[in-house]
Design a protein around this ligand. Sequence first.
Ligand code: SF4
Ligand code: SF4
Length: 178
Amino acid sequence: MAFRHEIEALSGHAARVNLCFQCSKCSAGCPLADKMDLQPAQVMHSIRLGREEAVLNSRAIWLCLGCETCSARCPQQVEPAAAMNAARIIALRRGIKPSVKEIGVYYRGFVDNMRLNGKIHDASVAGITQLLTGQLIESLPLAWKLVVRGRVKPPPLPLGGGRFRRLYNNVLAKEKGH
Ligand code: SF4
Ligand code: SF4
């Protein structure tokens, strides 16, 4: 399947890549455009050109917040946010490591937390991310301030993840069947 078609199928046909006429309104409104190696309009153009490696190895797809400002601004009803999300899924399926390590670790921690608790305990996910990316020590003063001010709730007992694990495993089995 062509890369563009793969992106469109995974985005639920929201990406509509071929409708993009490169006006760059999406890039102009993106809060993280100045940190991205490919701006949202460039991601869309690269997808159309079939530049898979450039898109899947970009920092842009991992820096994307999913805020959907780009999609809201697009005069063509193209959804770059959906395309970014689809590109992340394809990258992971192909075993391509996230170009922004911290975000890959955060996503992993998020899913593991759901598998354990059935809901997110923010402090655990943040703590694991800081630990696995070697930033725990420098984060400790801020973490301590949050604890002192009562902003960190204790983690729940790891008893609530059963339903999420069943759902998660069903999706994995379904994906392997394709
Ligand atoms: S705003 Fe829409 S049409 Fe314009 S460059 Fe972005 S995706 Fe393409
Ligand atoms: S969804 Fe992603 S690409 Fe779109 S404006 Fe937000 S951060 Fe930028």
